[in-house]
Design a protein around this ligand. Structure first.
Ligand code: NPQ
Ligand code: MG
Length: 366
């Protein structure tokens, strides 16, 4: 396709409740939305999953906006014609910036698949029509509030609970929830909050039959994770450390991880995500789809990915209501703990343009 116009807009959505992790408390979501229009007038949409600040990864909203305008969009527009599959090749010379790259690739892919009348799920090779939902639970003010929040999710039908942990909010929090729900699939996510010397502390979690411990150490500390994996019985799952197919291959070869969380934004897009999925399926490594507090635009695309056969664990693909009072698409509503994979062309959903305009804080056309 030819890129006719690209719209970059920043929106601001309040969260239904503060979300606290080891890197801070978020009360709202600022999201960079990308809309591409091609020569046929077909629009493709995507969201960039970077946060306002570089707390989860080095990327952040204003940085992504600048990176896109200064380098990525210019490189894409220099090509007389482009397919979604060309995007990673054209953008490869510009180092890093996976979230920015993923957003552009996904918007172009959405437009391309809409022109072809193919759903993203079909394009990626999905085998499921609905996916099991998990939910990520922030660090609470106290154990009573944690119990109350977890209970609300279990009652809503969520099939897997993930507790955010950090030093000082780990053993007792997990023990409390495990006592109330002895059988529920349960896992924890530390977002890099521990250090190599915390092996004994983390091994205390072994008694709770957790599915996995997600990213306990620094994103760059692959060796540390490999050493930790020998100290704890609970499987280690890398999130922040996996930024490409190559990094997934390396972490698996070094035995630093036995489960992988795939987030398309973190690895540069859905095409790279599919490659990581295929590698893991081949190696019998379970994968699951992570979440970045996406709006319905990103959520729709994640559901397509989570419908692939290697996604054998429930992901952080929660209902829209977990995060937002009003979503920018028709809300994703959970049915018996499942979300339905969109079947329409492309990502299969459209934003509500009136609501989008209401919450837009900046917008430019290129
Ligand atoms: C994770 N997500 O798995 C991330 C971290 C995360 C659902 O736990 C704003 C934007 C706030 C992105 C907080 C979940 C965020 C964010 C946490 C991502 O590590
Ligand atoms: Mg994580």
């Amino acid at each position: 396709m030819k890129l006719h116009e690209i719209e970059l807009r920043t929106i601001h959505l309040p969260l239904v409740r503060p979300f606290r992790t080891s890197f801070g408390t978020q009360t709202s979501r600022e999201v960079l939305m990308v809309k591409v229009t091609n020569e046929n007038g077909t629009a493709g949409w995507a969201e960039c999953v970077a946060m306002s600040e570089p707390l989860y990864s080095p990327e952040y909203v204003i940085g992504c906006l600048d990176f896109m305008k200064r380098f990525l969009i210019s490189a894409l527009r220099d090509k007389p014609s482009i397919t979604a599959e060309d995007v990673p090749v054209v953008l490869k010379p510009f180092l890093g910036g996976q979230m920015a790259k993923a957003a552009l690739e996904t918007a172009i892919l959405d437009a391309q698949l809409k022109d072809q009348g193919i759903s993203l799920a079909k394009y990626l090779g999905a085998t499921k029509t609905k996916v099991e939902c998990g939910v990520s639970v922030g660090i609470a003010n106290n154990l009573d509030e944690l119990v109350e929040e977890v209970k609300s999710y279990v009652d809503a039908g969520y099939r897997r609970i993930k507790l955010k942990i950090e030093p000082g909010w780990d053993y007792e929090a997990v023990k409390t929830i495990r006592q109330i729900y002895p059988d529920i699939p349960l896992q924890v996510d530390a977002n890099q909050a521990y250090s190599r010397s915390d092996g004994k502390l983390l091994a205390k979690l072994d008694e709770f039959n957790l599915l996995l411990i997600e990213q306990p150490l620094d994103e760059h500390d692959i060796l540390g994770h490999a050493m930790l994996a020998k100290e704890v019985k609970t499987p280690i799952c890398l999130d922040e450390s996996i930024i490409s197919l190559q990094s997934a291959q390396d972490a698996l070869a070094l035995e630093a991880t036995t489960v992988i969380n795939i987030k398309p934004g973190r690895v540069g897009g859905y095409i790279e995500s599919k490659k990581i999925h295929d590698l893991c399926l081949d190696k019998k490594i379970p994968v699951w789809c992570g979440g970045m507090l996406e709006t319905g635009i990103g959520r729709a695309a994640n559901l397509a990915l989570a419908a692939l056969p290697g996604f054998t664990l429930p992901g952080d693909t929660s209902a829209s209501s977990r995060y937002f009072k009003q979503d920018i698409t028709t809300p994703f509503v959970m049915d018996d703990g499942y979300l339905t994979v969109p079947t329409g062309p492309g990502i299969g959903v459209e934003p509500d343009l009136d609501f989008l305009d209401e919450i837009t804080t900046a917008k430019e056309l290129i």
